[in-house]
Design a protein around this ligand. Structure first.
Ligand code: NAP
Length: 280
């Protein structure tokens, strides 16, 4: 028996958020393995990178504009993917992120912490937006893009993008942490629900990658120097660096390929050892 990821060649994948910082590395990693790709995001339809990736890797790559929070828009996107690529074999739920509107300035409360800087000052609308983007966006996209997989008997693979926050919540970002915890739970739940249909569902929990969504939390905007929170992360990451987006590609290909055919319902950390380290 020859082991490789060649079985992925020619398969069709929908990836939400596939032009984001981490998403783009996944999209290019899929293309390098010969996978045809439809990237779904609010602005993906006008993104020139779809054509660039198609040309560079010799695969089909299209961008379709739709929000993962809008079921009708996702259904229209699904019809477009079917018309342009064919059957959807793989879904990657990557759209997500945190927002300053769901972040409290204080890590821990002290007696003199102003309530406005704590959990008690959080804007519930901001909290709900972050929770919905990460969790509901994953649920809705799964409901829409895996419907054919669930009914034609040919199976498929779903990959959710979780986070380190899902295992133990980080300070300051309760909505994001809760949503990613819910994604791990849903990954297990859905993997059981569809296991007998030949559909596998797994997740990757990236550790710390310096990207636009967390740059304001980890670095000083004017100097680019690490803030105390950024320094704390590096000190608690045994390999002593932030992740590079390409660090996620190998684990993604493994989980999507038939090579991991007996693996379902797991969330794999890709975190430079962060989740293994007790801090001492
Ligand atoms: N960066 C990290 O260190 C880190 C760590 C752990 C986990 N993660 C997770 O990894 C995933 C990707 O993160 P990233 O750093 O690549 O984020 P990013 O650069 O902010 O990309 C997120 C993408 O999601 C799309 N998006 C946002 N809202 C959307 C919506 N309502 N509907 C459809 N698409 C939407 C955006 O495109 P449009 O603007 O075109 O909609 C954007 O391209 C996220 O789930 C994030 O939570 C990131």
């Amino acid at each position: 028996m020859k082991y490789s990821f060649d079985d992925l060649k020619g398969r069709n994948c929908v990836i939400t958020g596939g032009f984001g910082v981490l998403g783009l590395a996944l999209t290019k990693g899929l293309a390098s393995a010969g996978v045809n790709i439809a990237v779904i995001s609010r602005k993906a339809g006008s993104d020139p990178r779809a054509a660039e990736i198609a040309k560079e890797f010799g695969v089909k790559c299209i961008g379709i504009s739709a929000s993962t929070l809008d079921k009708e828009a996702l259904e229209a996107a699904c019809r477009e993917v079917n018309a342009k690529l064919g059957r959807i074999d793989i879904l990657i739920n990557c759209a997500g992120g945190n927002s300053p509107k769901a972040t409290c300035p204080a890590e821990q409360m002290a007696a003199d912490t102003p309530l406005s800087e704590s959990f008690y000052g959080l804007d519930i609308a901001g909290f709900k937006d972050v929770f919905d983007l990460n969790f509901q966006g994953t649920i809705l996209a799964t409901m829409v893009f895996t419907r054919e997989m669930a009914s034609d008997g040919k199976g498929g693979s779903v990959l959710n993008i979780s986070s380190m926050n899902s295992y133990r919540p980080l300070t300051k970002i309760p909505a994001y942490s809760a949503a990613k915890g819910a994604i791990n739970n849903f990954t297990q739940w859905y993997s059981v629900h569809v296991a007998q249909l030949g559909i596998r569902c797994n997740a990757i929990a990236p550790g710390f990658f310096l990207t636009d969504q967390n740059r304001f939390l980890l670095t000083d905007e004017s100097t680019g120097e690490l803030k105390p929170r950024g320094k704390k992360i590096i000190a608690n990451t045994p390999v002593h660096r932030f992740g590079e987006p390409d660090d996620l590609v190998g684990t993604m290909l493994y989980l999507l390929s038939d090579i991991s055919g007996f693996v379902t319902g797991v969330t794999i950390p890709v975190d430079g050892g962060y989740s293994a380290f007790g801090g001492v």
